[in-house]
Design a binder for this molecule. Structure first.
Ligand code: HEM
Length: 136
């Protein structure tokens, strides 16, 4: 990803951080709305899960200019997700939920350019996870 796109993602994520709790609520509601069948894969209490997701997203966003430094951690995460019962098709649902969440959370700041930059960011993380999972 070029540095202009990375800046779009990092700057817009800064606006999400103060509303991280609400964003995480919107995100999981949207995932389960799009795919009710995945709800049983998660624990009843999602509080820990929400924190971990926002932390991981933060780490990925911070390190977008040096993805090689987090590639191994993302691959590990992809392999762990196999154990949670996650299948490749689920990544499209989660990606859609993420973009919908950002659209809601950022409002007018979610320009087509910001959307595109986030779509590429998610695709990068998801493909790294899926490739590692496929090699298990
Ligand atoms: C870029 C995509 C994703 C990211 C960054 C992400 C992030 C995380 C993180 C940080 C955890 C905490 C545990 C761990 O690190 O292993 C986790 C757990 C989990 N994720 Fe994901 N995830 C992604 C995609 C998905 C997808 C596509 C699904 C499918 C529905 C999914 C379902 C789960 C489940 C079921 C757990 C375990 C819950 C539990 O038993 O506590 N994740 N995820």
């Amino acid at each position: 990803m070029d540095s202009a796109k990375i800046a779009l993602v990092q700057d817009s994520f800064k606006k999400v951080v103060p509303i991280a709790g609400v964003a995480a609520d919107i995100f999981y509601d949207r995932v389960f709305e799009l795919a009710p069948s995945v709800r049983p894969m998660f624990p009843d209490d999602l509080r820990d899960q929400k924190k971990k997701l926002m932390q991981m997203l933060g780490t990925a966003v911070t390190n977008l200019h040096q993805v090689d430094r987090i590639a191994a951690a993302i691959q590990e995460m992809g392999r762990r997700h196999v154990g949670y019962g996650v299948e490749p098709a689920h990544y499209d649902i989660v990606g859609q939920a993420l973009l919908d969440t950002l659209a809601k959370g950022l409002g007018d700041d979610f320009t087509p350019e910001v959307r595109q930059a986030w779509a590429e960011t998610y695709a990068l993380i998801a493909s790294t996870m899926k490739d590692a999972a496929a090699a298990v």
